[in-house]
Design a protein around this ligand. Structure first.
Ligand SMILES: Cc1cc2nc3c(=O)[nH]c(=O)nc-3n(C[C@H](O)[C@H](O)[C@H](O)COP(=O)(O)OP(=O)(O)OC[C@H]3O[C@@H](n4cnc5c(N)ncnc54)[C@H](O)[C@@H]3O)c2cc1C
Length: 476
């Protein structure tokens, strides 16, 4: 019998697992995909929001503001890329200037420091913003992060502290029993005293499966363009338009790795797995971002993608022990700003779980620090030479766009949350994220994966089960 089973290894399940690993408890995380953070945590704007936007008094406002404050330390402990770039919301019309007034008032209520800035200061900070801008709201505490890197780091640290992770393991049935839960998956049967539902867009189905509260999650899709690192200096901070009631609008966002994201749209979808991009959606992004920044180098678009917000019909995050099914904690409806809120949501989950399991004892051996994968290209010449001297694989550059070495790729495979697919490698050390999108390095990554995992090259997957890259030999 486990003390805690967590369903879902996105940012929320991973952060919760790490917080709970501070206790002497048997904890298992079940994830239906073959890697951590393969769903919404993989496809979002990657912004650590300051917290002026959510309606005061909501869970979104509370956890956003608390989460934002926790980011610098968490990212330091877990060695994850994070930059406090600040954000500027732009007003171009009289109407939008009034919206900034409302947002400023809301910021005060949420306890978020902001400052109104005039056109000259905006253009000094952001020379590519359209010159007809009138005013802006600057939030210096906003930032950007590597979302899946953070989820992976959280899980890695949780596993170093004793948490078990089981991938390719889809929860199919849940039975409430006197002493806890019976959980049946495609792989096995498990028992647990407490169940934590962090299943993203599927959290409504998990709650219903266990006999818990009924709520509906309607995915809202967001489509994006990604610009190559050539365009990394397009903006210095996160650039927002004035928000609408449905969304924060279409943004221009620098990324921690020097790319730029343009997006997202916000459209309700029926399909919980519908990740396709559409011409209509991307045209909308194009039109909207051109109203904020000019010129946008669309020739530098290297990729487009879609993410799905897990928007619930309760209009706020759901973070509570189920009344209908005691012992199950629903962490559901975690749409934006869920990434920002994750560290604070994890603390709340810890509080709820320790109130249910009063006998849990702190684990005095808990170790909060995680050693990240060395980024070869960011080392000094002397450090590079020293590293190559110790391990010649760091002298073998596999990805020329991003300067990623064989040593980094091998490290990404042999960690606790090790990569087993080409996309898994890409998420951890970035070969294939540059201009060539893997055109040059992918065959070499396949070779390294096959060698290190002890499988044939034909068995190596790009991403989900069945996504084989090589189907057979053309010549013997
Ligand atoms: C377009 C867009 C933009 C966003 N921008 C931002 C932003 O800039 N800043 C911000 O703070 N937030 C942002 N968000 C929100 C943020 O991305 C999410 O709140 C966060 O990623 C949610 O994490 P999660 O762990 O709840 O969900 P997920 O990452 O979806 O994880 C849920 C996991 O549960 C697993 N699962 C589901 N069902 C089962 C089952 N039956 N058995 C086993 N496993 C199961 C899934 O496979 C998945 O891995 C954005 C979201 C979107 C879509």
């Amino acid at each position: 019998m486990y003390d805690v089973v967590i369903i879902g290894a996105g940012i929320i399940g991973s952060a919760a697992a790490r917080e709970l690993s501070r206790y002497q408890a048997d904890i298992l995380v079940l994830e239906k995909e073959n890697d951590i953070a393969n769903s919404t945590t993989m496809a979002n704007s990657a912004i650590v929001h300051s917290g002026y936007d959510p309606v005061p008094g909501t869970k979104k406002a509370k956890f956003n503001v608390e989460g934002n404050r926790m980011y610098p330390e968490i990212c330091k402990e877990l060695q994850v890329p994070f930059k406090q770039t600040g954000s500027i919301t732009l007003a171009f019309t009289d109407e939008e200037v009034k919206t900034l007034d409302e947002m400023e008032a809301r910021s005060k209520k949420n306890g978020v420091p902001v400052r109104r800035i005039k056109r000259d200061e905006i253009l000094e900070r952001e020379p590519n913003v359209k010159r007809n801008v009138r005013e802006g709201l600057l939030a210096e505490t906003a930032g950007i992060v590597g979302p899946w890197e953070l989820a992976i780091a959280y899980m890695e640290n949780a596993m170093e502290n004793g948490v078990e992770l089981s991938l390719n393991n889809r929860v199919k049935q849940i039975h409430k029993e006197e002493s806890g839960f019976e959980i049946i998956t495609n792989q096995n049967r498990y028992e647990s005293r407490v169940l934590i539902n962090c299943a993203g867009v599927y959290a409504d189905e998990i709650s219903a499966m266990a006999g818990g509260e009924k709520f509906n999650i309607k995915p809202r899709s967001g489509q994006y363009f990604v610009l190559d690192r050539n365009s990394g200096s397009l903006v210095n901070s996160v650039i927002f338009p004035c928000p609408t009631p449905e969304s924060k609008g279409v943004l221009v966002v620098p990324t921690v790795h020097g790319n730029v994201l343009l997006g997202p749209t916000s459209v309700e979808r029926e399909n919980k797995d519908g990740l396709e991009t559409t011409k209509e959606g991307l045209d909308y992004v194009r039109t909207k971002v051109m109203q904020l920044v000019d010129p946008i180098p669309f020739r530098d678009v290297i990729r487009s993608f879609t993410g799905l917000r897990a928007t619930s019909d309760r209009d706020d995050f759901i973070i509570e022990e189920s009344v209908k099914c005691p012992g199950m904690v629903n962490v559901a409806g975690i749409d934006s700003p869920g990434l920002t809120s994750a560290p604070a949501i994890a603390l709340e989950v810890k509080k709820i779980v320790t109130e249910i399991l009063k006998d849990l004892q702190p684990d005095l051996a808990f170790h909060p620090y995680r050693q990240g994968i060395v980024s070869f290209k960011s080392l000094s010449v002397e450090e590079k030479e020293r590293l190559i001297g110790k391990d010649a694989r760091y002298g073998n550059v596999i990805c020329r766009c991003e300067t990623i070495t064989e040593g980094e790729i091998v490290d990404a495979i042999h960690r606790k949350t090790g990569a087993t697919t080409v996309k898994g490698i890409k998420k951890r050390v970035r070969p294939g994220t540059g201009r060539c999108q893997g055109g040059f390095c992918e065959p070499r990554v396949v070779e390294i994966l096959a060698r290190e995992l002890g499988v044939s090259r034909e068995e190596v997957l790009y991403d989900e089960p069945g996504s084989y890259i090589l189907t057979g030999r053309t010549k013997d």
